[in-house]
Structures are given as structure tokens and as C-alpha cells.
Design a protein around this ligand. Structure first.
Ligand SMILES: Cc1ncc(COP(=O)(O)O)c(C=O)c1O
Length: 374
């Protein structure tokens, strides 16, 4: 049983609250150790798409969902997702980092997989409402956050190949500690490809991550932290990591691979580019041949490399290596440019620095518990 939200104009947005949600929120206790992405807040959001239209969304208790074993997502992987964070450090109001960018990217991934676009109002309900309902459980130390995971998947039960006519959009939230990969050692992946030319590399879809797991296992066996992927056609140019974009400081300039169509357009990547330029650094989006980069490191022309993404923000790279064990070293703890960009970005996200770019989005009052009369 669900009940429509009765007041404060919330009915306009057409969402509902599941019975028992307030009790679930009241009963929830944050464990002492959170980790990253392993604890889930008590409130989630779900909106279903059927017969060509979106039905009113519902805020629900976090818990298992029913899915037909014949659901297309389980067989043909029609699924796309996003990842973004809400920060509430040092008692400040919760705010989301560039949520509209994730909405755009979600819908561009959806288009690639023939899933229906999520209307802005449904997405806004989901990400802001889930943040507001879980607000009391957003950890408040620097580096901590509420990691939000919006996702969209084909639920229609039918084993015929084809576009799912029934789809769900959900948002779940994970109160998380800082994700610190530390300074990373990367395996240059010269054997496998994460994506194909003309494929789905630029979309945020589950299959791209499943496909990276074998290389991740090899990294662990060989003593590396993560994979560095090359372009799938010539296996020459650096593309990205399995969950982060790549940057190098060469001759004092910041270089990052051009978005070729097989790289995910990271929101952190875009933010780093804007931030670096605003601080007077020259930034170039260009092709970076991995063997040339190794020479530049050996010659001292490349002084720093780092990776960036929502989870880790900015993480220094301390070495690039081959499967045969040859390794090319960078500063073990990263360089000054990496550290200062990381600090500047974190200061904006955590509210210590002025948000001159207009990146932070506060929660509209209509999504607060008090307005929802829980
Ligand atoms: C493959 C891949 N590249 C890059 C990124 C970085 O993107 P963002 O900065 O939007 O988190 C991610 C993480 O979402 C990713 O999964």
C-alpha cells in the first residue's frame, strides 16, 4: 500500500511514500565502519515505466526488489547507472556535486542502450529525495559522503531479443567513508580491451565493468592496483582506468585523453579541466601514446600522473608497468599539481571554498522529511 504525499505541493511531482518508510528511517543505525558502497541508507526511490510512460515514483524502504527471472536485464544487460555524491561535512547543509551532469549522462547512456530517457522531474525526485530522507546518515568527516547510485534497467519478462517495454529507475544511497586508493600502480593492459570501437565505452553500463574484471584479477596477481586501458583499435593511446579518467603533467601542461567515443566523459574530469584552467594551468585534451608517455617519464618531462573520478576524486599514480614486470616510476606520493587540484576540488565539494563554478546543489525544501510529513 502506498499513500500520496499530502501537502506542501509535493503532489505536483507525483511521488508517493511507501508505508513503513518512516519507521525504517527511525530504526536505522549507521554502523561504525562504513567502507565505500557497502552500507545502504534506509530510503530508496523507484519509478516504473510502462506502456510508454513514467508512473509516479515512490520512496521505499531499502530492501530486496522483486524481478521476474525472465527480466531482460538479467539476460541482455539492458542497464545503465550513475554515481554521484552528497556532502555534508562539518555540519554544513547537504549538497550534491553537479547532479545535472549525471542526469545528462544517464540519459545519454540510456539512449545508447535503447532505454527510455528519465525525465528531469523523476531524476530530481530520486536523487534529492533520497538524499533528504537519508540526510541524518550522511557521515560528516572530510572525505566522507552519501554516495548515490541512480540506475535504470529493463524489467520486462521476455527472452526475445529486443528493447524492454517495461523499465525501472531506482536511486539507492550508501553512506561512505573516503575511498582512498592511495597512490596507485597501474598495469598497462596490452592484451585485452575494455570496449570496442563503435561500442558502448562512452556509456555507463554494467557490462563495461564486468568486462574489466579479468584484467583486474591479473593486476592483483602481478602486484598492480588497477588497469590502464588503451584504445581498442590500435592499442596505442591511453584511454582511461576501469573507473577513472587519466591525466598527466607533461612539460608543465596538463594532458588528458580526448573523448574518443570509447571513453566515459567523467564529471570529475570535466571539473578538473575547468579548475586547472581557472588556476592558470594549460590543459590539452589530446591523444597520449602510452609508449611516448613512458619515454617522457624516463626523460623527466612527465612529472606527475593522476586518475580522477567521483569515488576517489583525484588519486596519484606512482607507477605504470607491464605484465612482464617492467615498471616506470613516478613520484611515490604524487606531485604538487595533483595534490593542489585534489585539495581545491575537495574544498569546493565540502563547502570550505567558494563555489565559483556553481557546482553544488542544495536540497530543495520540498524533499525534507518535515515537508513530507513523515
Ligand atoms: C569508466 C569510468 N571512467 C571514468 C569515470 C569517472 O567519472 P566521474 O568523474 O563522472 O565519476 C568513471 C566513474 O564513474 C568510470 O566508471
Amino acid at each position: 500500500m502506498t499513500q500520496p504525499v499530502p501537502d506542501h505541493g509535493i503532489q505536483d511531482t507525483g511521488f508517493q511514500l511507501q508505508d513503513g518508510l518512516d519507521e525504517a528511517i527511525a530504526a536505522f543505525c549507521l554502523p561504525e565502519v562504513l567502507g565505500f558502497g557497502s552500507v545502504f541508507g534506509p530510503a530508496m526511490f523507484r519509478a516504473d515505466y510502462r506502456d510508454g510512460q513514467w508512473l509516479p515514483g515512490e520512496f521505499q524502504r531499502y530492501g530486496p526488489i522483486a524481478l521476474e527471472p525472465g527480466a531482460k536485464v538479467l539476460h541482455y544487460a539492458q542497464e545503465v547507472f550513475e554515481g554521484l555524491k552528497a556532502y555534508r561535512v562539518d555540519g554544513r547543509e547537504a549538497a550534491l556535486f553537479r547532479p545535472e551532469m549525471n542526469w545528462r549522462r544517464l540519459n545519454s547512456s540510456a539512449a545508447r542502450l535503447c532505454l527510455p530517457a528519465v525525465p528531469e522531474s523523476v531524476y530530481v525526485d530520486g536523487v534529492f529525495g533520497v538524499t533528504a530522507l537519508n540526510e541524518a546518515f550522511i557521515p560528516g568527516a572530510s572525505g566522507e559522503s552519501l554516495y548515490l547510485r541512480p540506475f535504470l534497467f529493463g524489467t520486462e519478462s521476455n527472452l526475445g531479443m529486443g528493447v524492454a517495454r517495461e523499465v525501472s529507475f531506482m536511486v539507492i544511497a550508501s553512506p561512505s567513508q573516503a575511498y582512498h586508493p592511495g597512490s596507485m600502480s597501474l598495469l598497462i593492459e596490452r592484451g585485452e580491451s575494455r570496449v570496442a570501437g563503435g561500442g558502448i565505452g562512452a556509456a555507463k553500463v554494467g557490462g563495461n565493468y564486468a568486462c574489466a574484471l579479468q584484467s583486474a584479477a591479473r593486476c592483483a596477481e602481478l602486484g598492480y592496483d588497477l588497469t590502464l586501458w588503451l584504445d581498442p583499435v590500435k592499442r596505442r593511446d591511453i584511454e582511461e582506468l576501469s573507473g577513472m579518467n587519466f591525466f598527466a603533467v607533461v612539460d608543465g601542461r596538463l594532458l588528458t585523453p580526448t573523448l574518443t567515443g570509447s571513453i566515459l566523459a567523467g564529471i570529475t574530469r570535466d571539473s578538473v579541466i575547468q579548475l586547472a584552467r581557472s588556476r592558470g594551468l594549460e590543459v590539452e585534451e589530446t591523444s597520449i601514446a602510452v609508449d611516448e608517455l613512458l619515454e617522457w617519464i624516463a626523460q623527466g618531462r612527465c612529472s606527475e600522473c593522476f586518475a580522477c573520478g567521483t569515488a576517489a576524486i583525484i588519486a596519484p599514480i606512482r607507477e605504470l608497468g607491464e605484465a612482464d614486470g617492467r615498471r616506470c616510476q613516478l613520484p611515490p606520493e604524487g606531485g604538487a599539481i595533483t595534490a593542489s587540484l585534489r585539495q581545491a576540488l575537495l574544498d569546493i565539494q565540502e563547502g570550505r571554498a567558494e563555489d565559483t563554478f556553481g557546482w553544488m546543489a542544495a536540497i530543495p525544501d520540498r524533499y525534507r522529511r518535515s515537508s513530507m510529513s513523515l
